[in-house]
Design a protein around this ligand. Structure first.
Ligand code: CP
Length: 312
């Protein structure tokens, strides 16, 4: 990949996407070794700047950096000088002065990783989730999870994305990823949360269903989204649970070998039942396993591209 930053799935060509995915698949093996460490990024430094809560992504990047022998530092909002009034750009410039190689950024506002990438001359930026905009790493790790289940044939699948598309950065990155892979996408949920008008014009080649059974019928993959705080504040929760919670019974309408994804954090009993979370179709733990390998693949890729730029 000839990119110093990973900001959006929309920036990637099919071959760049495949490279990240295939490298991640090869790197999975490292996490099952007795000694889970290789020297690939020895002497490199990764800073995780997580200004919004995270369990999976933050920990995955920290572990990914350490498994590649990079030094990893994590900064959280509550413990940073942002709480003392320092601007985000000043914080980023301060961190860059310590010569990190990569800044992995999560922020509640869309566009923050792009802004930092524009201002940082010597540091790669990875978008670990920005506002409602994108979560490219999640889309790649979900595709790796599907690749592990369906084999090399991640194309030709029908994917039903159920839930709060309106407020979901994961939905936006997922739509772009599966458009690259040539998969068929259905968006499923109530009109207040699911409508083509919530998507950019380039993402509107999808089916929209406001009926759960019709939306999941014959689907190979049912991806549940988390119900956002914004949706809960609109008092959508009660009717949502009655009409769109993914339960074992409705999954009988899906394809016989269908699988269920949920990026987490899961609110059991709201968007999905515990029976499904812990059931045989669930790939939720596999998604987390894929996350470390994708973190490794992304770090290797942006650092290698950055080095290539310097050498040119
Ligand atoms: N999937 C995901 O982004 O989870 P975290 O918020 O825990 O990182």
């Amino acid at each position: 990949m000839a990119r110093r930053h990973l900001l959006s799935i929309g920036d990637l060509s099919r071959s760049e996407f495949d490279l990240l995915l295939n490298n991640a698949e090869a790197l999975l093996e490292i996490s099952s070794r007795q000694l889970k460490k290789v020297p690939a990024l020895r002497g490199k430094t990764v800073i995780n700047l997580f200004l919004q809560p995270s369990t999976r992504t933050r920990t995955s990047f920290e572990i990914a950096a350490k498994r590649l022998s990079a030094d990893a530092v994590t900064i959280l909002e509550g413990t940073s000088s942002l709480t003392e009034g320092e601007t985000l750009l000043d914080t980023a410039m301060t961190l860059e002065a310590m010569a990190p190689d990569v800044l992995v950024v999560r922020h509640s506002q869309s566009g923050v990783p792009h802004l930092l990438a524009k201002h940082l001359a010597d540091t790669s930026v990875v978008n670990a989730g920005d506002g409602d905009h994108e979560h490219p790493v999640q889309a790649i790790l979900d595709c790796l999870t599907l690749k592990r289940r369906f084999g090399s044939n991640v194309s030709g699948l029908t994917l039903a994305i159920v839930g709060d598309v309106r407020h979901s950065r994961i939905a936006r990155s997922t739509l772009k990823a599966h458009a690259l892979l040539g998969n068929k996408i259905r968006l499923v949920g109530p009109p207040a949360l699911v409508s083509k008008t919530f998507l950019g014009p380039e993402l509107r080649d999808v089916e929209v269903h406001h009926d759960l059974e019709a939306g999941v019928e014959g689907a190979d993959v049912v991806m549940c989204l988390r119900l956002s705080q914004q949706a809960k504040e609109q008092h959508i929760g009660g009717t949502y649970v009655r009409n769109f919670r993914v339960e074992e019974e409705v999954l009988r309408k899906a394809a016989p070998n269908s699988v269920v994804l949920h990026a987490g954090p899961v609110t059991r009993g709201v968007e999905i039942t515990s029976e499904v979370v812990d059931g045989p179709r669930s790939l939720i733990r596999d998604q987390v396993r894929s996350g470390v390998a994708v973190g490794m693949s992304v770090l290797l890729s942006v650092i290698t591209s950055s080095q290539a730029e310097v050498e040119q």
